[in-house]
Design a protein around this ligand. Sequence first.
Ligand SMILES: *Cc1c(COP(=O)(O)O)cnc(C)c1O
Length: 381
Amino acid sequence: MTLSAVMSALTDVPAPPAGKPRQRLFIPGPTDVHPEVLAAQTRPMIGHRSDAFESLYARCEEQLKQLFFTDSRVYILAATGSAMHEAAIRNCVGGRVICFVNGAFSQRWYDVAVGCGKEAVRVDVPWCTAVKPEQVADALTRALADGPVDAITVVHNETSTGVASPVDEIAAVVRVISPQTLVLVDAVSSFSGTRIPVDEWGLDLCLTSSQKALALPPGLAFAAVSDRALAAARTVTGRGWYFDFLLLERYLKRSTTPATPAISLMQALGVQLDRIFAEGVEARFARHHRLAARTRAWAAEKGLGLMAEEGYSSPTVTTVANTYGWEIEALNRFLAEREMELSDGYGDYKGKALRIAHMGEVWDADLERLLGAVEEFAGWR
Ligand SMILES: *Cc1c(COP(=O)(O)O)cnc(C)c1O
């Protein structure tokens, strides 16, 4: 037994996989990628119309459907999360969309909708708080007075503030008030770190990208798309070509994409999905929740405030108030000497908060090492 296995047995915490390298990045994306996954990208190229590629694609598709808890479909593209924001808007919004903005990434989705020339109704919710079903009900009811609403956009896990919004409750109220309105959800920084049962919650589109909790290199984007959303796309003009769901659907049936896929990244995806299922999906979710709880407990114990509204804290990134006025650049220089890095607060919170990401390949011992180093910087040990 290794020392970490002994420690784990004593504390009831599962041991990390053998040979796990130390985590370096505690920033909310990109996150560290396991060496086996990095190495998969150096495999020889294969043709994207080959049986080898199609079987790789089909297997990834099956596993992703399991991770999204959906029976419908998952589109896989060489793109990023923001690109999927655009794909969602182009395909699902012909007329009006309501965008709930409670942080930087939900604001981006609004900007994308405006950039696509859609009629976007922006509903601001204070940063560091969650979007609540009552706010959605209220905004939707008011907007419906002026005509139908094609879709709403909401970010599940606002990476800028460390707030998770109850998208299950939000989807439920939308269904009651306006059954034809599609519920579009960004799960870029929460997907694979917590359970998001897309079908059960009635999400019409749930998008994510590779470089956050999935712990892959940047460059792949994914969207679980419901039959309803696909049917809506048929009625929308100006879907473009690269992101056209109807075209993607045709190629998906042959386990491939219209344009050349990012083959090396797909090889890495195949290896990482196998690693995720080897750990166990529920065990992986539990690990993320355990690390989030530990980070919050540590902050409380040290007299550091938390930025996220109570009860809505993120399972993958914790935003801690910079209560002692640390110079965050100096803290990161100190951490860099120990081969670690965390994030400053976002936007207006720069210097006022620090963001500790505990997603992807982060295990308990990694987090302890980071928190220990922060304590050392603070002069507490
Ligand atoms: C990182 C992030 C994005 C942007 O994703 P890219 O892959 O960088 O385009 C969007 N939404 C959330 C919540 C994010 O954390």
